[in-house]
Every structure is written in C-alpha cells, then in structure tokens.
Write a protein that binds this ligand. Structure first.
Ligand code: TYM
Length: 343
C-alpha cells in the first residue's frame, strides 16, 4: 500500500495554481487511490513562519485554509487532515535531518537562491548577503523532508515548483537509511498533474503565486464570479491571432489553455483544436466559464463551512491525533537507531 503525503502553507486562501497544480489531485486520490492507501494532508504552519507573519493573521489563515481544503472536497474520514504545528514530531525529525544535511546542498536549492538574489538586489544588505534571512528559511526544505518521511510516505502530489525540494527529500531518505545501516524510510516519488505550473495572469513569465503584489495576477478559489471575470479579462496575452499552445513563445495564451484544460479535464490538444480560429476575447470567455464551473461550488461550500468554526477546529484536532499516532511510532524507531531517546 502507498502512503500519500502533501502539504500547503497557510498563507492565504489557495489560488488556482495551488488548486490545479496540487489540491485537485489530493481530492482525486481519495477516489482513485487504493482503499488500503493512506492519505495524509497537512497545513504547514511551521513553514509559514520562515518568513515574518502577523500572529493574528496567521491564525485566521490557518482557519481559512482548513475551510478551503474541506470546501474542495478533502474528506477527513478518508484522509488525515491536520495542522503540522500541532504535531511536534515534525520539528523533532527536522532537527535530526538538519544534522545530516550539508550546508552546500541547501545552498544549491533554487528557492533559497532566489530569496538570496532578492536580498542582494534590493540593496538593504549588500555586504551581508544572506545576513537577514533566517536559518529557518535556509533549512525550509529539510523541514519539508521531515514532513514526508515522518509518515514514511511513498508518493507526494505537488506542483512543478516543489520538484527540487522533493529531490532533497529523496536524498535525505537515502542519507538517513545509510547512516543507520538498515533502511527505514522509503524513497518517496512525486505525483505531478498536467497543470503542474499555472502562471501569473499579469506576468506569464512567473508562476501564479500568493506573494505577488498584484492581486489580479491570481484567482483565489473563493473569488466571486465577478472577480474571476475581471481578472481573466485583464490577463496578459499577446498580439498573435488565433489560439495555439506554445508555452515558450506564447506563455499567456498557453496558460489560459492550461487553465481551461485543468478545470474541465478536456485535453490541451482538444481545447486548442476547438478554439484555433477564435479571438483572445472568446478564449477568455471560455476561461471564465471553465473556472466558474469548477470554483462556483467550491466557493459556496466554503461559505457554508465557514459558518461553523467549532467544527473546523474539531476536524483539525482529530486529524492531529491520527497524525501524531503515526509520527510517534516513526520517531521511536528513528531515535532508537541513533542511540537517542529511551534508556
Ligand atoms: P505551497 O503552499 O507554496 O503550494 C501548495 C501546492 O501548490 C502547488 N503550486 C502550484 N502548482 C502549479 N502552479 C502554480 N503556480 C503553483 N503554485 C503552487 C505547489 O507545488 C504545492 O504542491 N513547500 C510546500 C509545502 C510543503 C509540502 C511539504 C509539500 C511543506 N511540506 C511536504 C509536499 C510535501 C509549499 O510551499 O507549497
């Protein structure tokens, strides 16, 4: 049987990139995975605090993201759904893995390198380079590896941008196994959706992201029909006639085709064939319809679920209990092999 694990940061309601790149797959796996397979989905608060967070806002966003995951159809009876920051073993395993990770390896991770590049370019800290970036941000991928290995996960459904983090996790599983001489961690593999990289509507050279300053660069899964329509209408395309799928030279148009395909399960080829002679306006009309058909029910479910915060908390509490039971088991094993813990 497989153990499927994935996580999302509680930094705002998920956007369409999160949804099509990963979350839709989390839901699909509930149906498609073998009933024996274990599904574990986590809201990763300890990752969120690698960048400064306002506590009141973080608390609200942790609640909102739990409501979002329930609204898209994560079923807490089938899947273990929990807050990472309620299961302290994540941090414990992360520390152990920190001690087995070379700084050199972490320095090569692109997410760190891009944060570093921003720090250098904004001129705040020219001489110190990484001086004001936190140790936690540097070690971020190690905590992610701990999340996955703590449950001995074998499959990780994520978007394209997490590929390198998963490589590091695979590497760490291997390092740990060799250190203790008898392998205890399976080496996990990723599961990637066709819509593995949804791009910003404003700047189709960038991925759609929660942190981009322009709010109309992303569609949130709770956006109203009017918000969806306005954002899609203002999406950057190009001046070439007709509709083709060519992510390199027509990133904006191709991204809209990806979004239609991701929302309707119609293949990219079929979308392009159907819309080949259409104008960009018509393409955008199709995008609005496709997104609304997917997100309309999610938005209504979200509003309903948000009425009952007591229940949302209760789901989290029960999820954390189930996760903790598994995590404790792994940690006893891990620590014993390292000569730690029980005496
Ligand atoms: P996060 O919170 O940034 O994103 C959650 C999921 O959404 C995917 N994603 C996208 N997919 C396609 N196009 C996009 N524009 C796009 N933006 C985001 C991400 O690939 C991800 O699958 N480090 C992780 C959270 C994490 C995790 C883990 C994931 C922590 N521990 C263990 C898997 C396993 C992150 O920041 O995801």
């Amino acid at each position: 049987a497989q153990t499927i694990f994935s996580g999302i940061q509680p930094t705002g309601v998920p956007h369409l990139g999160n949804y099509l790149g990963a979350l839709a797959n989390w839901v699909a796996l509930q149906k498609n995975a073998d009933p024996q397979d274990r599904l574990i989905y986590s809201i990763v608060g300890y990752h969120a605090i690698t960048l400064p967070q306002d506590p009141r806002r973080l608390e609200r966003e942790r609640m909102d993201i739990m409501a979002s995951l329930l609204a898209i159809g994560i079923n807490p009876e089938r899947s273990i759904l929990f807050h990472q920051d309620q299961v302290l073993e994540h941090v414990e395993l992360a520390w152990i893995l920190n001690c087995m990770t070379s700084m050199g390896k972490l320095k090569r991770v692109t997410t760190w390198k891009s944060k570093l590049a921003v720090a250098r370019n904004d001129g705040t800290d020219k001489n110190q380079d990484d001086g004001h970036l936190s140790l936690g941000l540097f070690a971020y991928p190690v905590l992610q590896a701990a999340d996955i290995l703590l449950y001995k996960a074998t499959r990780v459904p994520v978007g394209e941008d997490q590929r390198q983090h998963l490589e590091l996790c695979r590497d760490l599983a291997d390092v740990f196994n060799r250190t203790v001489k008898s392998p205890i961690f399976p080496v996990p593999r990723h599961i990637i959706t066709p819509a593995k990289r949804v791009l910003s509507l404003r700047d189709p050279m960038q991925k759609m992201s929660k942190s981009a300053p322009a709010a109309n660069s992303r569609i949130l899964i709770t956006d109203s029909f009017d918000e969806i329509a306005a954002k899609v209408r203002s999406a950057v395309t190009d001046s070439t006639r007709g509709i083709t799928y060519d992510p390199i030279s027509r990133p904006g148009v191709s991204n809209l085709v990806t979004i239609i395909s991701g929302c309707t399960d119609e293949s990219i080829e079929s979308v392009v064939e159907r819309l080949a002679d259409k104008g960009h306006g018509e393409l955008k009309g199709e995008v609005v319809d496709a997104v609304e058909s997917k997100l309309g029910p999610v938005r209504r479910e979200y509003e309903r679920i948000k009425q009952d915060e007591g229940w949302i908390r209760e789901v989290g509490r029960r999820g954390a209990e189930k996760a903790r039971a598994l995590a404790v088991e792994t940690m006893v094993d891990v620590k014993t092999r390292l000569g730690l813990g029980a005496l």
